[in-house]
Design a protein around this ligand. Structure first.
Ligand SMILES: Nc1ncnc2c1ncn2[C@@H]1O[C@H](COP(=O)(O)OP(=O)(O)OP(=O)(O)O)[C@@H](O)[C@H]1O
Length: 253
């Protein structure tokens, strides 16, 4: 199995506070890997390091074998590293299709396109691609609805489509199931299954253990910025250090 992403001795400090420490783990291609751990363990910081929001303090991040730590964020996106955020970043007053087109515009435009009026850039192919993708996921009827009027579960999946329209190799999801009810969670699950069938590699931060168990083949557990366990769900579930980390967090709460 080839490794799409490979973190080696990754560290990140904010001032004197080291929030990721000598972290090494691999993300195998065409699988789903979960990054879990108590609040404040450093999970979102790892996403920010991989996507290039923050520079690393030390260590390397290899994507398809080449080190990307010095690559600006926009080039990482162009290479196929996509992300969706904990808080949905769609524009509520715009329609679903316009939100998807803005996503395309931001990730796929060439340098001089930014100087052209936006409406000219909205070419026919993008609209067709966005509509086809909405229909493929059973959301075609929402194309012209303002995003702000849609149920939360639908908005989450529109946000997913926005992140995957450019056919990324890897998609990082920060708490995708948070705030969803049971049926919305099932729909999200089947959406992610389709992405996996298409060959998209997933890296997921999530607190819902049932969701992780059913979606992710591999789990990496962080505590205080360090990896304390890694393996299948059943392997990490029975790990003594993992139990202590979660128990400690519960007792502190
Ligand atoms: N920009 C920043 N400046 C200073 N400290 C930060 C910054 N970003 C994160 N931290 C700190 O790094 C630590 C790890 O935060 P991070 O958000 O990565 O944790 P997390 O595991 O994603 O937590 P949660 O599950 O609560 O989202 C926390 O102590 C946080 O306060």
């Amino acid at each position: 199995m080839s490794m799409l992403l490979s973190m080696q001795n990754l560290s990140k400090a904010f001032g004197g506070l080291e929030v990721v420490r000598e972290l090494s783990f691999d993300v195998p291609e065409r699988t789903a890997t979960a990054l879990i751990g108590p609040n404040g363990a450093g999970k979102t910081t790892v996403f920010n390091l991989i996507s290039g929001v923050y520079p690393v303090t030390s260590g390397s991040i290899r994507f398809r074998g080449s080190d990307i730590v010095n690559l600006p964020s926009r080039y990482r996106i162009k290479r196929g590293i996509a992300r969706s955020f904990q808080n949905i970043r769609l524009i509520p007053r715009l329609s679903v299709i316009d939100n998807l087109l803005i996503g395309q515009h931001v990730t796929l435009t060439r340098p001089f396109d930014v100087m052209r009026p936006f409406r000219l850039v909205r070419d026919h192919e993008w609209i067709c691609a966005a509509k086809a993708e909405l229909s493929a996921f059973g959301l075609g009827q929402y194309a012209d609805e303002p995003v702000g009027l849609l149920p939360y579960g639908i908005r989450k999946r529109v946000d997913l489509i926005r992140a995957t329209l450019s056919s990324p190799s890897v998609l990082m999801l920060d708490e995708p199931a948070a705030g969803l009810n049971a049926s919305e969670t099932r729909e999200l699950h089947s959406h992610l299954d389709t992405l996996k069938e298409r060959g998209v590699t997933l890296l997921v931060i999530e607190h819902d253990m049932q969701f992780i168990r059913s979606v992710c083949e591999k789990i990496v557990v962080l505590n205080f910025g360090c990896k304390i366990a890694e393996g299948s769900f059943d392997q990490v579930r029975t790990d003594e250090q993992v139990r202590e980390a979660y128990l400690g967090a519960e007792q502190a709460a």
